[in-house]
Design a protein around this ligand. Structure first.
Ligand SMILES: Nc1nc2c(c(=O)[nH]1)N[C@H]1C(S)=C(S)[C@@H](COP(=O)(O)OP(=O)(O)OC[C@H]3O[C@@H](n4cnc5c(=O)[nH]c(N)nc54)[C@H](O)[C@@H]3O)O[C@H]1N2
Ligand SMILES: Nc1nc2c(c(=O)[nH]1)N[C@H]1C(S)=C(S)[C@@H](COP(=O)(O)OP(=O)(O)OC[C@H]3O[C@@H](n4cnc5c(=O)[nH]c(N)nc54)[C@H](O)[C@@H]3O)O[C@H]1N2
Ligand code: SF4
Ligand SMILES: [Mo]
Length: 671
């Protein structure tokens, strides 16, 4: 049988939503490569997706529904039919709704697939059921909140302008791992004369690729930006004309806040010497068009929203927005480009239901009352690995009276605790419509191959469950393609008829924001609101992290690896081999005072738990900060516990986000 090449889209939670070319033979994907005609991908894929076929056809794929036969968490199951699985789930839910009410059922989902239909297809089902709603805030809502506090609804600038900047700053973004096309384009700009800076908490591959790398204390960037702003104002480098026309509250900010934020005062909090703050400030202010690519890492702290708000003051004060290439790019937000309510169906909510934070799943499972959570339905997420306070989550998942269903591609740490496991399709086996957050690009794709085994897509399972519940609502009898076409059918100012036509045909297209992101400030005052009286904190100011008060001497930075995406891709043996083991990176000085040797087993601990690591002593991390990369599956780590045993359920200052990076620990040798 001849090979055929099918266009597809990368479904993962990555800024790029790459275009894929899938080579299909005998209904199997045999090779996956980057689409050379895709405007962002331009033929380049990351190491994770270069062998996506090994994920899709992994021997570890779940291919049948499973029923638990052993103790919770033991991973012992027997295959059952789909009919039996649906019958059991619906039967149990009917009983629970009668005894405890619909809110005792909690859905849990996040970012296994970013496609607009498959990602959101549980919403209409659980709304109709009257279940509790999940507040999906694990990733970077503090970033959105901080941006909104100063920029309102102003959309993100076109990231392609980076090519016209003379000073590119990768701030809290490990682009070499998480945004490879951004790094590729930054390097191209560098060849044309732009300087490249990176600001991170340790020397990542992105830091190595930059002209200059600045290592800050975790959560210290707000202090750094305030110190820079102090110097800019003190030295007369603020753009008074731009401020007068475009900025609200500059006088209050400089008088009440900046005057106090001398580099000497900010130096400790941000971890940079005074001289570095002075130089950064002057070079930023005198660059023609400095471009800040703001990552998400620096927002997962008690002060995350404030950090974003403070950094956004920099181009507001220097007027960098006025020039091509200048400004801050925080990531795109294209929610208004498609009528998503046609999928999510909030109108199915008949009476108000409670909202449960996904960052507090441990508390929800163990402590919630009226009603308690009696059933958890997890799909395209792996909370037992990725969510904070892993010990609390596992304690909850072990509850005998909790009925847990997990719809998954693999027997993840979460699936191991399920009563019923349902096999999920991979993105090559279902249709969807994608947009992304690193650019304004969007693309639709069809299934490239048939489902592996008896796997079903998220949408198919919710259709079956609706049928199993005996509902007559016709919405649930549609196909995923019906929903995709409804999302595209309606013209919005973001898409013209020609764009819609190309979208329908599976071509990558660009969505267009409805206002000019560099001249029209969509705030209530019409100005960039450094002063925002609607906020409890009307002005940006230095805020502490949680970890500072925890009483443990080392900051722990849970960071990403290029060879996995959150807890995804651990199924690919080659990728896992690159990562070797769950490692703790530590500065030689910190190892020496603790009498620790390279490659030895260590235990990191704090008020929440303890985790075993293999120690790597390296000056890539500064004294005072230890780093671990990746979110490992427990079957591959010695102590069965991952880094999220050490992260807390506390929330950010804005957006109720996770504070996954705001962690303090002590480390000792493993006895
Ligand atoms: N390879 C790979 N790619 C990924 C992911 C992955 O796990 N692996 N995850 C995906 C997801 S879900 C997301 S949200 C994005 C996130 O992608 P990014 O925006 O890059 O965010 P992070 O990787 O969380 O953090 C970026 C960098 O910020 C640093 N950092 C942490 N705290 C601070 C701080 O206080 N200040 C400064 N200046 N830097 C800090 C971290 O060390 C890290 O190197 O990446 C996506 N892409
Ligand atoms: N320590 C630490 N913890 C973190 C992070 C970190 O950097 N460090 N990152 C955080 C961030 S930014 C995020 S966004 C979260 C992400 O957390 P999650 O959204 O849980 O992401 P993944 O770990 O990738 O798990 C997604 C799961 O979905 C499954 N899946 C994929 N496609 C489908 C599908 O179509 N249907 C179904 N039913 N399942 C599917 C995959 O097999 C995978 O197991 O993790 C957070 N947790
Ligand atoms: S994970 Fe990101 S870089 Fe890798 S293929 Fe997917 S969209 Fe592209
Ligand atoms: Mo994320």
């Amino acid at each position: 049988m001849p090979h055929k090449i099918v266009r597809s889209v990368c479904p993962y939670d990555c800024p790029d939503a790459c275009g894929l070319l899938v080579e299909v033979k005998n209904s199997r994907a045999v090779r996956v490569s980057g689409d050379p005609d895709h405007p962002v991908t331009r033929g380049l894929l990351c190491p994770k997706m270069n062998h996506y076929e090994q994920t899709v056809h992994s021997p570890r794929r779940l291919t049948q529904p499973l029923l638990r036969t052993g103790a919770k968490g033991a991973g012992q199951f027997r295959p059952i039919s789909w009919d039996e699985a649906i019958w059991r789930i619906c039967g149990r839910w009917r009983e629970l709704i009668t005894s405890h009410g619909g809110e005792c059922i909690l859905p849990y989902s996040y970012a296994g697939t970013m496609g607009l239909v498959q990602r959101n297809s549980g919403h209409p089902f659980f709304h109709y059921l009257g279940a509790s709603r999940l507040e999906r805030t694990i990733c970077s809502p503090a970033k959105d909140a901080g941006w909104k506090q100063i920029m309102g609804e102003t959309p993100a600038m076109d990231p392609a302008e980076m090519g016209e900047s003379d000073l590119i700053i990768l701030w809290g973004i490990n682009a070499a791992a998480t945004s490879i096309h951004c790094l590729r384009d930054a390097q191209a700009a560098r060849k044309n004369g732009a300087r490249l800076w990176a600001i991170d908490t340790y020397r990542t591959p992105t830091m190595e690729a930059a002209d200059e790398a600045f290592v800050v204390r975790p959560g210290g960037d707000g202090a750094l930006a305030l110190g820079m702003l102090h110097v800019i104002v003190r030295d007369g480098l603020a753009d008074k004309a731009f401020i007068a026309a475009n900025v609200l509250g500059f006088e209050e900010f400089s008088g009440q806040v900046l005057a106090e934020c001398t580099p000497a005062r900010m130096s400790h909090a941000c971890g940079l010497p005074e001289a570095a703050i002075e130089r950064l400030a002057r070079e930023f202010a005198t660059a023609r068009a400095p471009y800040i690519r703001l990552g998400s890492g620096l927002t997962r702290y008690a002060n995350g929203a404030m950090t974003v708000r403070t950094i956004a003051c920099l181009p507001a004060v220097t007027g960098a927005w006025q020039r091509r290439g200048g400004g801050v790019f925080p990531g795109t937000s294209t929610g208004a480009a498609f009528p998503l309510h046609k999928v999510t169906r909030e109108d199915f909510i008949r009476q108000p239901t409670r909202l449960v934070s996904m960052n507090q799943l441990g508390a929800a499972l163990n402590e919630l009352n009226d009603p308690p959570v009696m059933s958890l339905y997890v799909y395209h997420s792996n909370p037992a690995s990725v969510a904070p306070d892993q010990n609390a989550i596992i304690q909850g998942l072990l509850r005998d009276d909790l009925f847990t269903v997990v719809h998954e591609r693999f027997l993840t740490d979460t699936a191991r605790y399920a009563d019923i496991v349902l096999p999920a399709t991979s993105s090559l086996e279902h249709a969807d419509l994608y947009r992304c957050y690193g650019s304004y690009q969007s693309q639709r794709c069809a299934a490239a191959i048939p489902a592996v085994g008896e796997a079903k897509s998220n949408w198919q399972v919710f259709s079956l469950l609706a049928q199993g519940m005996g509902w007559n609502e016709p919405f649930f009898t549609q196909s995923a393609d019906d929903l995709i076409e409804q999302l595209i059918a309606l013209d919005t100012p973001w898409r013209d008829p020609d764009t819609n036509q190309r979208l329908l045909q599976g071509e990558p297209v660009f969505l267009t924001p409805t206002s000019d992101p560099k001249t029209t400030w969509l705030t209530p005052s019409g100005k960039i609101e450094i002063l925002n009286q609607r906020e409890p904190e009307p002005l940006p100011r230095p805020l502490p992290t949680h970890a500072e008060g925890d009483g443990f001497p080392l900051r722990l930075q849970p960071a990403v690896t290029p060879y996995a995406l959150n807890s995804s891709f651990y199924e690919q043996d080659n990728l896992r081999t690159h990562q070797k083991v769950q490692t703790l990176l530590m500065n030689p000085a910190d190892a020496e005072v603790r009498g620790l040797a390279d490659s030895q087993q260590v235990v990191a601990y704090n008020q929440l738990g303890e985790v075993e690591f293999v120690l790597k002593i390296t000056d890539r991390v500064p004294a005072g900060t230890a780093v671990t990369e990746g979110v490992w599956w427990s079957e591959f780590i010695p102590g069965q516990r991952g880094v999220n045993c050490l992260t807390s359920q506390r929330l950010t200052d804005g957006g109720r986000g996770s504070t996954l990076y705001d962690v303090a620990v002590e480390v000792k040798g493993d006895q």
